[in-house]
Write a protein that binds this ligand. Structure first.
Ligand SMILES: Cc1cc2nc3c(=O)[nH]c(=O)nc-3n(C[C@H](O)[C@H](O)[C@H](O)COP(=O)(O)OP(=O)(O)OC[C@H]3O[C@@H](n4cnc5c(N)ncnc54)[C@H](O)[C@@H]3O)c2cc1C
Length: 240
């Protein structure tokens, strides 16, 4: 991405103000060098917050955080011991569509059956960013895992056969496997068609497969999944 346009994932914004011909921005780049430039427009993607402020939650017995959100159970979606359930983007836990749909079922079922509530379905975590190359995660992330408890299987897409044929040979994939059981724990990747690899690997994660069981599955030639096999073999070699 940085080869195609200036990209700094660790810049420190020091000043930004509207000026006559656009917006003046001052920042320090990841090497600590200071910059100042004026741009016609700024697109600021800073996330979103739950739209809870006009629901009148302050009139209930719920404990509210300073930002107006309220603690809730991640599995039942119940707020405290109340008959109030928070689903989807409103709880800001996993603000993506398929999770919101699952949580809607959980919250609706529990609200209807209250006080007989139960945990709802939680699928394998999965996240896709539709950039080019795509960024995707499935299962646990590196930062979620206790250091020393897992091995990392790696592949670079630079020299991966199918990715080269498609001129999409940029990116890398890191997958994690539990040292004690060999179980596949998660994957983080940037590269070609990672939205599809993310599904394959989210399914493997939810099936609690080990790296060796995954290597017993078929891999066609020539496909991007052969790159995944390289990373699985790398993990398997470290698990031996
Ligand atoms: C730009 C953008 C891109 C996204 N891309 C993806 C993506 O690629 N993949 C993905 O999985 N997810 C994506 N999402 C997230 C996804 O859209 C949300 O996670 C999902 O829509 C959440 O569903 P929801 O039902 O919780 O909330 P919403 O879909 O926001 O529905 C809430 C509804 O409640 C209504 N409402 C609000 N307050 C009240 C009120 N007081 N009374 C009555 N009605 C009210 C709103 O008008 C709205 O219709 C994206 C979101 C955005 C903003």
């Amino acid at each position: 991405m940085a080869a195609e346009y200036p990209l700094d994932t660790d810049a420190l914004l020091t000043h930004m103000e509207r000026v006559e011909n656009g917006v003046s921005v001052s920042w320090q780049d990841n090497r600590g060098e200071a910059h100042q430039e004026t741009f016609e427009w700024i697109l600021v993607a800073t996330g979103r917050k739950p739209n809870l402020d006009r629901l009148g939650l302050e009139n209930t017995s719920l404990t509210l955080n300073p930002d107006g959100t309220t603690p809730f159970d991640l599995d039942t979606l119940q707020c405290g011991n109340s008959a109030i359930f928070l689903a989807g983007d409103a709880n800001h836990y996993l603000p993506v569509l398929h999770e919101a749909a699952d949580e809607g079922v959980t919250a609706g079922t529990n609200a209807a059956l209250y006080p007989q509530i139960k945990p709802g379905l939680r699928r394998a975590p999965m996240s896709v960013i539709f950039s080019d190359p795509q960024i995707a995660l499935a299962g646990k992330r590196w930062q979620d895992l206790p250091a020393g408890s897992f091995v990392t299987g790696r592949v670079s897409f630079e020299n991966q056969g199918r990715s080269r044929v498609m001129l999409k040979n940029k990116g890398m994939l890191h997958l994690y496997a539990d040292k004690a059981s060999g179980r596949f724990l998660g994957v983080e990747m940037i590269g070609p068609a990672t939205e599809h690899l993310a599904h394959l690997l989210a399914w493997a994660y939810q099936q609690e497969m080990t790296v060796n069981q995954m290597l017993e599955m078929p891999f066609y030639h020539p496909v991007i999944e052969e790159g995944l096999r390289t990373a699985l073999r790398d993990a398997a070699a470290q698990l031996k």
